[in-house]
Write a protein that binds this ligand. Sequence first.
Ligand SMILES: [Fe+2]
Ligand SMILES: [Fe+2]
Length: 282
Amino acid sequence: MNGTDAARRQGSPGLAAAWHPRDIPLDAIDHGALGDHPLLFDLVVGASFVEISAEHYTRNLVDHCAGRDEVVAWLAGHWEPEEMRHGEVLRDYALRAWPHFPWQAAYDDFHADYAAACSADELEGSRALEMAARCVVETGTATFYRMLADYSPEPVLGRIATLIGQDEVRHYHHFRQYFELYNGQEGRGRLAIVKALRRRFGEVEDDDVWYAFKHIHRHRHGREPTAAQYRAMKARIRPIFHRHFPYGQAARMLLRVLNLDGVPKRAAEALLVPAMRLALMR
Ligand SMILES: [Fe+2]
Ligand SMILES: [Fe+2]
């Protein structure tokens, strides 16, 4: 029974996604619109690798939250299956759109690196701060998929990205709710929260993107990419971020974790949007 079915049977609307992979018409992929699109290929295959590996980071988090049945039940019963389903849908899309790419072999190599890097050491020691940091990750995925939906020249991929993005926003709301639950006991101040957000913001890109690019490149070109090729790939993606990334949405989601109201929130948003532009355009 997957997360969606479980939630329906438990009568808990709002916990789980309202869509199913069978709703995605993979037969209707417009290969003409897709064309020869190496960046779209990198984005979709890279996202499929990270999402389908969800069991590693969910297991760490479930252990971290032991003792809170409500949180553990959502993480294991809804969040993990939904993240894995995102990976499966993106994988199935990649297999149809780019049938010559050896997805499984590339994923197996990616997985070996990724699993070794996913250790419990990366979690925040405080449960409240870990939940806040998770809001950064879900903000990152929610806005990434919104960007992908806006950018995709291929309608089926646009639809997939829209549906996954909606799931990620819902995940964000759960983590924010759990952050408030834990912080009601821990009482972490804004400075500690900002530091946790910054730490996770810095970590998101380092491992995931590099490992994905490394193994995609190896299985496409038969050799590891150089640092210059990695920089060149990021340089090609920058204009897409510039045109399609929802910076305002990302800033609002992050600031909501800090529970700022009124003028300070607007001022912080005005500062954060250009700061994020600079950070993501590196
Ligand atoms: Fe996801
Ligand atoms: Fe998510």
